[in-house]
Design a protein around this ligand. Structure first.
Ligand code: C2E
Ligand code: MG
Ligand code: MG
Ligand code: MG
Length: 274
């Protein structure tokens, strides 16, 4: 429904719609400044191997400390950053910062970095990662790239080539949020992932569904046959951890081990686990 506003121009949106679009536009403007203003920060969440009871590494998770809104969740800005292409410079900052932070952790602890579909469309991704490793001095074997099925959905030939180039460098590749997509299984066939990250929703099912552990058991078995690490995401209780161990998962990540914490805190946490 178009209407004439005070200045004599037509407005095509309902007021609420208009407000939503303005909020989005404002978020976009703010995000364009956030890198230069150093408002982004990385938090790290440890990953634990259930056999050795030792940490294997940490996942880097971006945080945005907005001057007025406080902490903005990545769930609220990463999708927009992807849509408008800003994820490319933001993702580069994440990669470089994560490598710089991880190089001070004791070897062989690794850092896992989330890389989004739009970053895979950029021709510079591999070059950028090579440069981040070289500048920081982090060995490629201590970097892990986490991708979701969104990455494999598009331009599959070029994407697979990029994944193989990363693999040739010695970088490991993980399939994130496994089991939530349309064809998680067929993606396992298209690339030899190092690690399967079982989505948090399946871990939640352990407590509420009678057969909740059947899916976890199946994925753990699949990982074992394929020689891939299987890590359960979102493990919050000792009961969940026990069930996950019983079903054969090799690793866990979740609030039970630790929430994501700032870089200086993760160094202390790693130190206390040594
Ligand atoms: P993800 O990669 O699947 O990361 C795991 C998310 O689960 C994180 O949310 C983490 O804080 C949360 N989590 C971990 N353990 C638990 C638990 O025990 N219980 C619960 N309820 N949640 C847990 P976060 O940090 O809000 O990140 C959300 C998503 O945003 C990530 O999901 C990832 O898709 C995206 N993201 C975060 N940082 C980056 C980044 O640097 N680049 C890109 N491209 N995406 C990122
Ligand atoms: Mg992830
Ligand atoms: Mg995940
Ligand atoms: Mg996720």
């Amino acid at each position: 429904r178009a209407k004439l506003d005070g200045r004599g121009t037509f407005r095509f949106f309902e007021p609420e719609m208009d407000a939503r679009m303005q909020a989005r536009r404002q978020l976009e403007l703010d995000m364009r400044q956030a890198l230069a203003r150093r408002e982004f920060q990385l938090h790290y969440q440890p990953q634990l191997n259930l056999k050795t009871n030792q940490l294997t590494g940490c996942e880097a998770l971006i945080r945005w400390r907005h001057p007025e809104r406080g902490m903005v969740s990545p769930l609220d800005f990463i999708p927009l950053a992807e849509e408008i292409g800003l994820i490319v410079p933001i993702g580069e900052w994440v990669m470089r910062q994560a490598c710089r932070d991880a190089v001070s952790w004791p070897a062989p602890l690794s850092v896992a970095v989330n890389v989004s579909p739009a970053q895979f469309k950029s021709d510079r991704l591999v070059e950028m990662i090579v440069s981040a490793l070289a500048t920081s001095g982090l060995p490629a074997a201590r970097l892990e790239v986490e991708i979701t099925e969104g990455v494999l959905l598009q331009e599959s030939e070029k994407t697979l080539q990029t994944l193989h180039r990363l693999r040739d460098l010695g970088v490991r590749v993980s399939m994130d949020d496994f089991g939530t997509g349309y064809s998680s299984l067929s993606y396992l066939r298209s690339f030899p992932f190092d690690k399967i990250k079982i989505d948090r929703s399946f871990v939640k099912d352990l407590a509420v569904k009678p057969d909740g552990n059947a899916i976890i058991r199946a994925i753990a078995g699949l990982g074992q046959s394929l020689g891939m690490t299987t890590i359960a995401e979102g493990v919050e209780t000792p009961e969940q951890m026990e069930r996950i161990r019983e079903e054969g998962c090799t690793d866990v990540q979740g609030y039970l081990v630790s929430r994501p914490v700032p870089a200086d805190e993760i160094v202390r946490l790693i130190g206390s686990c040594q």
